[in-house]
Write a protein that binds this ligand. Structure first.
Ligand code: PLP
Length: 303
């Protein structure tokens, strides 16, 4: 992460080091916050936020699940974000909006508190790998995603990432780049911060939202791009061993973009590099975000 000049905090733009909250804020004690991760790309046609309104709609949905709310609409949040990008002179950025319960009670029940809002934007390069074609090594984590009636995974909530941290730390300690998590029934769910896709016999598979995963904006984009390319897409429960026999496997997410997976539990996938269908999808994705050639209406230009 590279520091920027300003953060939108408490209804105004403040200096990077002035966006501070009390140590006894509810969010610090109990994880009562929701957030987003959005990218602004420096396309050939100018800087553009990728599916910003869809991210802000999910942000509001995450709040609704936790009975939180901010007065700003997705459109207003997008307008604040554009102003922030301009003030920070950022053409390429990772945008991190957060909505959280602040200071005022030490009880777990947060309903006496309102919802506070902050939006940060800063430069952030590649997430999992600098070599775009080489598949990363991943392991299936011993940590599972929570059951659907425990912690709701459709909300992009702070607390979900405790579970993610356990899986990522375990993978890192064992020498893998990232983890894949199974759901409570043992089906493939997602990565700690990425959705997962696999290709078998020309068909693109991804698990359904019932498999305790975040309904990723990139996941949706990949499905739509694949359909446009004439690649059949199936959303279904995926047993673990499908990963081993897949022709191609990749992660998808705002941070991960399209990251090929070269092995799962040391079982090599294809030749260990990005496969032909993943490459086609990735190239189509980058044509939009790098060249600015967007037939889907996903780019919101900053200027
Ligand atoms: C747990 C999890 N799953 C999936 C994703 C991918 O979602 P998106 O494509 O909306 O960034 C993310 C990243 O935000 C994530 O944290």
């Amino acid at each position: 992460m590279q520091e920027a000049k300003y953060i939108y905090f408490g209804g105004k733009f403040v200096g990077w080091n002035d966006a501070k909250i009390h140590i006894l804020s509810h969010v610090v004690q109990y994880g009562s916050g929701v957030f987003e991760g959005i990218r602004c790309y420096k396309t050939k046609k100018g800087p553009a936020i990728f599916r910003g309104l869809d991210h802000y709609r999910r942000f509001k949905d995450s709040m609704k699940i936790y009975r939180m709310s901010v007065k700003e609409s997705p459109e207003e949040l997008e307008a604040i974000t554009k102003k922030l990008l301009k003030m920070n002179e950022l053409e390429e950025a990772y945008i991190r909006p957060v909505a959280y319960r602040g200071y005022g009670t030490i009880k777990p029940n947060p309903l006496s508190l309102g919802t506070d809002l902050a939006i940060a934007a800063f430069y952030f390069g590649k997430f999992l790998s600098e070599d775009a074609d080489k598949g990363i090594e991943v392991m299936v984590s011993s940590w599972r995603r929570p059951a659907p009636d425990t912690v709701p995974m459709l909300a992009k909530a702070d607390g979900n990432y405790l579970n993610s941290q356990l899986a990522s730390m375990e993978a890192g300690k064992f020498g893998f780049t990232e983890a894949i998590m199974l759901d409570v029934n043992g089906f493939v769910s997602e990565g700690p911060g990425e959705n997962i896709f696999l290709v078998k016999d020309g068909v693109l598979y991804t698990p359904p939202i019932g498999a305790s995963l975040l309904k990723g904006i990139t996941r949706d984009s990949i499905k739509k791009i694949a359909e446009k390319l004439g690649i059949p897409v199936k959303e279904e429960f995926i047993p673990r061993e499908m990963l081993y026999v897949a022709d191609e496997v990749f992660f998808a997410g705002t941070a991960a973009e399209v990251t090929p997976i070269g092995s799962v539990d040391k079982v090599q996938i294809g030749d260990g590099n990005i496969g032909p269908i993943s490459r086609k999808i990735r190239d189509a994705f980058f044509k939009i975000v790098q060249d600015g050639e967007d037939t889907f209406g996903w780019l919101d230009f900053v200027k």
